[in-house]
Design a protein around this ligand. Structure first.
Ligand SMILES: *Cc1c(COP(=O)(O)O)cnc(C)c1O
Length: 397
């Protein structure tokens, strides 16, 4: 068999997930774990290193590790991008990438409707560095254009599908606006996964994922990645080297194994999520269900055009507020009460008091995150069992 993994770029996504990047050694079928902090300085390595070339194979993680490289190639292929870098966590990928483009006095245009950890870092760190963090509503394209026009902007940043309101960003229009005003467009596409959406095809420059979630899919590690053109990824490589948030090769090996089943996990959990959303929407004890695949969702049409699946995340509001919400979570027996998402096991949490607890009350309520708001990450359990579990838990309210 050919070891040229580039041929898989043209394959369907399930095939790419299995074969792209995998880098066997001698007669091994799988990529070995190169558990080594350093590598022999042969002529090539020495030459690359001395000439300041990215990925000189002289030192692990921060420079180059073959196990990490296998994962980078696999993710790049899945996103239809030239190249990728992996990091120790999603936050390492986000901060390293943004700080490659932003310095003192330079402007970032983004929304407050972001992953809680990203918002914390922008408010606590980026502002302290003198970076001009300018918030607008990315759903308001007029406001986006105004913000890009009124001051030179280095980066436009948003998320494909937001947490936990599952709002869908209009990626083609946002990418076009960024291009028009010379800003680099960067999107955190964790909730969409490369199976449902490839933002580069919609014109975005860079795509970030928290690999911790559905890409790895087994709730057993943290990881992050950024994907884009060779030119930009090489630039960001120097920041990975300097800041040091590198992935460990053992972690990379687990991620590679996880991604091999990404498509079937995505398809299965998305199908179950859709059935649950429809079932919950009809339940008398449920106030509201938020799921992009439901006709009642504001972005139903946009998500249908932009994505090839509505994802495994379902949000809903239970009647009876905080007390009812807590009771429901305590009563579920199949879904575990925990934050995080995208794993094989279903997880249930209340963003108001967990992932979004650090937000001001005003921010939470403005975003529609009220007491009794529940976020559900659909795992791989059978629909019948999840539905029956919700049925019994709701009957106790
Ligand atoms: C979890 C998450 C992150 C942060 O990733 P870590 O791996 O926990 O650092 C960033 N963005 C989104 C959308 C996430 O869900």
């Amino acid at each position: 068999m050919s070891s040229d993994k580039e041929r898989f770029r043209k394959s369907k996504k399930g095939t790419r997930a299995v074969h792209s990047g995998t880098s066997p050694s001698k007669n091994s079928l799988n990529t070995p774990v190169y558990q080594s902090s350093t590598f022999f300085l042969d002529d090539n390595a020495y030459d690359m290193w001395m000439n300041g070339k990215p990925r000189a194979p002289v030192y692990s993680g921060r420079y180059y590790n073959p196990t990490n490289r296998a994962v980078e190639r696999k993710i790049a292929h899945l996103e239809g991008a030239e190249d990728a870098l992996v990091f120790s966590s999603g936050m390492a990928a986000i901060c390293t990438t943004l700080l490659n483009f932003l310095g003192q006095g330079e402007r970032l245009v983004t929304t407050r409707n972001l992953y809680g950890g990203t918002l914390l870092s922008l408010d606590q760190d980026f502002v302290r560095f003198g970076i001009d963090v300018h918030y607008i509503d990315v759903k308001d394209l007029g406001a986006v254009e105004q913000a890009l026009k009124e001051k030179e902007t280095k980066v436009l940043y948003c998320e494909t599908v937001t947490n936990p309101l599952l709002e869908v960003s209009d990626l083609p229009k946002l990418a076009a606006l960024a291009k028009k005003y010379g800003a680099v467009s960067i999107v955190d596409s964790t909730f969409a996964t490369p199976i449902a959406c490839n933002p580069i095809e919609h014109g975005f420059d860079l795509v970030i994922h928290s690999v911790t979630k559905m890409l790895n899919g087994h709730s057993d590690l943290l990881g992050g990645t950024v994907v884009g053109s060779t030119e930009m990824i090489n630039q960001i490589w120097y920041k990975l080297r300097n800041f040091g948030g590198s992935m460990d090769p053992h972690q990379a090996s687990l991620v590679e194994r996880g991604i091999k089943t990404l498509q079937i996990r995505y398809d299965r959990s998305t199908k179950t999520a859709g059935l649950l959303a429809e079932w919950l929407e009809k339940h008398p004890k449920i106030e509201k269900v938020i799921y992009p695949g439901l006709k009642s969702h504001n972005d139903f049409e946009l998500s249908k055009n932009m994505m090839s699946g509505s994802g495994n995340m379902v949000s809903f509001v239970v009647k009876g507020g905080d007390e009812a919400g807590r009771k429901l979570m305590d009563n579920t027996e199949v879904a575990s009460q925990a934050i995080s998402l995208g794993g094989v096991e279903s997880l249930i949490s209340m963003p108001y008091t967990t992932t979004h607890a650090s937000w001001t009350q005003e921010d939470r309520l403005n975003a529609g995150i009220d007491l009794g708001f529940i976020r559900f990450s659909t795992g791989l359990e059978d629909f019948d069992d999840l539905r029956d579990d919700f049925d019994q838990a709701l009957s106790l309210l």
